[in-house]
Design a protein around this ligand. Sequence first.
Ligand code: ATP
Ligand code: MG
Length: 214
Amino acid sequence: MSSIVHIALSKGRILEESLPLLARAGIEPAEDPETSRKLVLDSRDPDVKLIIIRAADVPTYVQYGAADLGFAGKDVLMESDGDDLYELLDLKLAHCRMIVAEPDRLAARDDPRNWTRLRIATKYVKTTRQHFAAKGIQTDIIKLYGSMELAPLVGLSDRIVDLVHTGRTLAANGLVEVEHIADISARLVANRASLKMKHAAVRALVQRLAQAVQ
Ligand code: ATP
Ligand code: MG
């Protein structure tokens, strides 16, 4: 097995916030990952390469060992069922919350303590089902891939489960947060076999990242 370590990253929020952390850990992409069309980027460290993929695909690449390490949102990890995946570090970036929201008119007369069955639109099907099942609440879940805030406005669902940071998108669409599900941040995940086979190289990198988080 080669000693080159591949790190899976996703464009967008996580990458944006990860670049300063990676730089502190001595990992600098040879070209700008936001604008480059390359999917495998060299870094200035010849033993480290960066793989640029969709956020939701990071656990899959790491699980199958196509990437040794990955940066993934906790939201994405909660939805994945990767067994060969270790969550090693809270990277303490891309912070947000996973919440239940509903139109303010509904919220005015709604009491979450009386919920028995909910019609929810979300990208987070597994997490939503588990969250409500644990409380004995049935869910009819409508799977979406984005713009969840639209669903209650056009009658697709009564409520949504989504990520919020400032709450501005919710407010702009007349929605209010009515229940908190989880605090989210980006995590460092590792492939189980890579941790064993490339022990020294991967461990050294994890150590540098851990120090950079501090
Ligand atoms: P894609 O663009 O590939 O469809 P995505 O929309 O999930 O994926 P981003 O919007 O960049 O990609 O979000 C990536 C991650 O950023 C999320 O998985 C989450 O962990 C984190 N995040 C932080 N704040 C927010 C927020 N306010 N809304 C959505 N995601 C957020
Ligand atoms: Mg996006």
